[in-house]
Design a protein around this ligand. Structure first.
Ligand SMILES: [Zn+2]
Length: 105
C-alpha cells in the first residue's frame, strides 16, 4: 500500500500541527453561525482544535477562535461550544478509533 501524505492542520489553541482527523473543526458558516463540524463537511471558515477539552479552554481564554474565524465570538457562544465539545468528545474519540483501520479517510 502506498504511503499517503497526511494533511496537517494547526490547533488554534496550542499551535501544534496535527493530522486533520485528530482535530475538531469549528466552523463559521456563511450564515454567521459558529458550530462544531464533526464531519468536516460544513462550508465556511474553519478553525481546528485538538480533541481535548483543555485546548478548548485555552482557546476560550486566549480568544483564539475569534482570531482564527475572523469574527468576534461571544462568551455565550464559547459556553455553548464548550458544552457541545464535551458532548462530541466521546463520539470523536470513537470515530478516531474506527478510522484507524480505514486508510481511505
Ligand atoms: Zn491543541
Amino acid at each position: 500500500m502506498k504511503q499517503r501524505k497526511v494533511p496537517l492542520r494547526k490547533c488554534v489553541a496550542c499551535q501544534e500541527m496535527m493530522p486533520k482527523r485528530e482535530l475538531i473543526r469549528i466552523v463559521r458558516t456563511p450564515e454567521e453561525e459558529i458550530l462544531i463540524d464533526l464531519k468536516g463537511k460544513q462550508s465556511g471558515r474553519g478553525a481546528y482544535l485538538c480533541g481535548k477539552l483543555s485546548c478548548f479552554k485555552l482557546a476560550k481564554k486566549s480568544k483564539a477562535l475569534d482570531r482564527a474565524l475572523k469574527s468576534s465570538v461571544s462568551s455565550e457562544i464559547y459556553d455553548r461550544l464548550e458544552s457541545d465539545f464535551v458532548k462530541v468528545e466521546d463520539e470523536f474519540i470513537q470515530n478516531q478509533q474506527a478510522m484507524t483501520d480505514d486508510l481511505d479517510e
